[in-house]
Design a protein around this ligand. Structure first.
Ligand SMILES: [Zn+2]
Length: 169
């Protein structure tokens, strides 16, 4: 399927010639020319906030798509980020007996309700919490302010369920 790039009309407009559509089709192939796309992704902790980006480039037709944002990465950028930079798991030490500061951090970061924050805090204390590296850094930053130490480690890779292939690298 090829619909052709959706581009801004030529002229003095600074966006002239830019593509205004995601490039990812099925199996990470370009929607315009079916070439396998190249992704570059990253996150940084800046002033206690996660800044992320996902650059998508088609080596076939040369179209590019850049997505960036603050806080929790939106989908599908988050999934692609995780594939590029791994999934990370955060755990708190056994000395962390109170869920209260952890819940406070979750309510601040994820805007959780009290019950959501309690559920997430229980998960963190029991099995650890998974996410992108940037998300875990933000969590550590907020918890450190509340006197809670957080360990971050790369999560063991998850084998995809049968019949579901991993996205191409
Ligand atoms: Zn292309």
């Amino acid at each position: 399927m090829s619909t052709g790039p959706i581009t801004a009309p030529a002229g003095d407009d600074p966006w002239a010639g830019c593509v205004f559509a995601r490039l990812d089709g099925p199996d990470d192939e370009c929607i315009f020319c079916d070439t396998r796309l190249h992704y570059t992704a990253g996150e940084s902790l800046v002033d206690g906030e996660n800044r992320w980006f996902l650059a998508t480039r088609c080596p076939g037709c040369g179209n590019e798509w850049l997505e960036c944002g603050r806080g929790l990465p939106s989908e599908p950028a988050r999934t692609i980020l995780t594939e590029r930079t791994g999934q990370w798991v955060a755990t708190v030490g056994p000395e962390t007996t109170s869920a209260t500061p952890i819940m406070r951090a979750f309510r601040r970061i994820y805007r959780d309700t009290i019950s959501e924050a309690r559920q997430r805090a229980d998960q963190l204390r029991r099995n650890g919490l998974r996410g992108t590296h940037g998300e875990m850094l933000v969590l550590r930053h907020h918890l450190a302010d509340l006197g809670v130490g957080l360990e971050i480690a790369e999560a063991p890779s998850v084998v995809p369920p049968p019949g579901q292939s991993q996205r191409g690298l």
